[in-house]
Write a protein that binds this ligand. Sequence first.
Ligand code: FBP
Length: 568
Amino acid sequence: MAISPFQKTRAEYQPQAPSCLQDLQQLQSRFASMQPQLSADAKTASALGELFPHTFKQTERGLIEFGAFGDSAKNPGEARALHVGVVLSGGPAPGGHNVIWGIVDAIRSLSPRGRVTGFRGGPAGILANDAMQLSADSVQPYRNSGGFDLLGTSRSKIDTPEKLAKCRSVLEGLELDALVIIGGDDSNTNAAVLAEYLVGVGSAVTVIGVPKTIDGDMQNALVETTFGFDSAVRVYAELVSNISRDTLSGRKYYHFVRLMGRAASHITMEVALQTQPTIALIAEEVAAKKQTLYAIVTQIAEVVKERADQGKHYGVILVPEGIIEFIPEMRALISELNQIIAEHHEYLASLSGFTEQSEYLHRKLSRDTSYTFSGLPIDIQRQLLMDRDPHGNVALSRIETEKLLIELLVSHLNEEKAEGRYRGNFGYQHHFLGYEGRCAAPTNFDANYAYSLGRTAAALASTRATGYMAVVRNLSNNKAEWQACGVPLLAMMTLEQRGGTTKPVIKKTLVDLDGPAFQYFAEQRKSWVHADDFRYAGPIQYFGPLALTDRIPLSLALQHGGSPLTNW
Ligand code: FBP
């Protein structure tokens, strides 16, 4: 394997685990009341209680906390050899390899004769029993590196009774004590389902989830952020900064930058805070204001016109990938399409091409949504029909919303020009930033956080707890003070309509419009529209002064009471 000087030096960085996870021989655990509470409403809780009769009770027992609690606390360490399996699931996120490294290191301390087995290619690798032994040596070249390539990943699911049974036989056949699933909301939903199934059939294999996703949408009062978010947003912030400086130099383009984030706009808001673009659309705000596509285009057009009056024919506009599902008429359209595609998948696949499929769909769609669909550019119509992922989600990364906005804006501005209300030339460029950030080498924050999550997952495995997520809290404090714990997966669960049926799912967390991070953003952005107040974030710094290398995301600092000025 060719190793660059950067890879070599970066692999030498030793992440720091919180003090409660440093001496694992002395590790103790206890139940603590879940503060703040995450409880579902009574109706949802009762439905979840019926769906998860064995593991739902855990939500009443609260968190599992790790630390040194004196004589009365129970020591979870086991004398026998602990065998832990690990699988990466869903989209890559910087830090995945450090979670595995943390697990491997922790198992060596917790259970010197213990073993770690990795499954290749995501959950499908469990079903295919495609396993490999992981050791300090095999993990060594992947330390502090981006990507999920040590094991590979996929969005495959373990959901049907046959797959669950197959999974049990593979896990038991390998004599695993625990399986750690590193994934996003869908993968952690899978973890909860598998944990319940295994308890129900009398299996001793336990299941632990780890919160991963660049989208940052699994954060809640107990899970402060997901690993990968910080590194990905810093890559995007650097690129957006470079684009901003380019546009300020050439003064001839509006750059439309679509940023990944399948539902929530956390990435866009964080990148906006770090770069101060002309406009940053926030999908949750669009939904709250019930803004139609026309309203959004008009809002942007007004800014373009005002800036043209000041002689400015350039700017930077951030568009969250998920916005399309938050625009009311598009949401209705996608929801109907999802249902029709789920019900008539085979028939649609048998039709000869897009024209026939589209005619068929128009017959099935309601009048309003059919009208919305036909009003969209053909490319966008095609993109809306592309295959759903195994969890029933539309492939938003392939829907070019930035181009849709540009196309609508061009015709809107042409009309304005014809009527003498716009005196300018609308030059534009479009970009999509997503895959560029998902495999970046993790920042110091993500390297430390992911490694600590791995150690926490191993600690949970040693307690024989099942159906918990490894969580590290107090992230805005000094690393030594971070708190490791386990949160019952079911405490984060809700019921949602997916593919036409009601399903239990880990709740996605959207941008909280009343929260301190959005409020700060909303105040700051007022001056960005006209002042060209671009902020140049620069590249991720891995070496150098702590003030540059060890910052946490600004939205995380704001969310947990930090002052943006002292951290930034
Ligand atoms: P996860 O939720 O699995 O972490 O993935 C999120 C994401 O990066 C989204 O931002 C994006 O829409 C999607 O993955 C793209 O998925 P794919 O890798 O299948 O193209």
